[in-house]
Design a binder for this molecule. Structure first.
Ligand SMILES: Nc1ncnc2c1ncn2[C@@H]1O[C@H](COP(=O)(O)OP(=O)(O)O)[C@@H](O)[C@H]1O
Ligand SMILES: [Mg+2]
Length: 205
């Protein structure tokens, strides 16, 4: 199995594959944390509403809500970004029937013309050469990936950034909350009491 020379991961490292066609991402080429912070700040300044779609449980319809919300906002003429940070089960591309991005840096996919100008999408899935590789990462790496999604992708001006989070209150929602302090949460649940109990944890989070 390939070993990532930057992170020492015993598997293909998507952090290093983010800027496709480059062997190293800019941050690995010496972009300091402060520079990255400034890049994230610049990105966030140009985004009016940041919506984090989360839930206590998996399989309750989070990705469906995130995708439907992003599509309907884009169709209404809003400029929308859709960011898939469910690193362990990225489904956004599959749900939209999209394959490879033609431009990772600008988060552009082959989309129907009426959505083309309004919708930008980034997903870890687009960065993994093999969709079937299960991603087993430590928290700090996931945090770094989310920072790179915000610092390296050219989102431009957006009305909405919709973020599809993995279930629960783990590393990714925490990283998003730290990196995007003004994000609003949309919490998805099914009506069962078990699911509602987990959702209360998400609301407290
Ligand atoms: N409102 C709904 N009614 C019925 N099935 C749904 C609904 N929303 C989503 N699903 C189905 O439930 C499954 C899980 O949905 P998904 O959006 O992937 O959930 P999550 O992202 O929370 O894991 C999918 O097969 C999806 O098609
Ligand atoms: Mg999902």
């Amino acid at each position: 199995m390939e070993k990532c020379s930057h992170h020492g991961e015993s598997q293909e490292c998507a952090s290093c594959n983010l800027a496709s066609g480059h062997t190293e991402t800019r941050s690995h080429q010496g972009k300091s944390l402060e520079e990255e912070d400034r890049a994230i700040h610049r990105t966030l300044r140009n985004i009016r509403h940041k919506l984090l779609v989360m839930s206590g449980k998996g399989g309750v319809g989070k990705t469906s809500v995130a995708v439907a919300l992003a599509l309907s906002l884009a169709r209404r003429g809003f400029k929308v970004g859709l960011m898939d940070v469910d690193i362990h089960g990225p489904n956004v591309l599959r749900m939209l029937g999209l394959k490879e991005p033609f431009d990772v840096q600008h988060a552009q996919f082959d989309l129907p013309p009426d959505l083309y100008h309004n919708l930008k999408i980034i997903s870890i899935e687009a960065l993994m050469r093999n969709r079937e590789i299960a991603v087993i990462w430590r928290g700090p790496l996931k945090h770094q990936l989310i920072r790179q999604f915000l610092s390296e992708v050219q989102w431009g001006e957006l009305d909405y950034l919709v973020i599809d989070a993995p279930p629960g209150t783990g590393d990714e929602p925490m990283s998003v909350a730290q990196t995007i302090p003004d994000a609003k949460a949309i919490i998805v649940t099914t009506p069962q009491e078990i699911s509602l109990a987990d959702v209360r944890k998400s609301i407290n989070f």
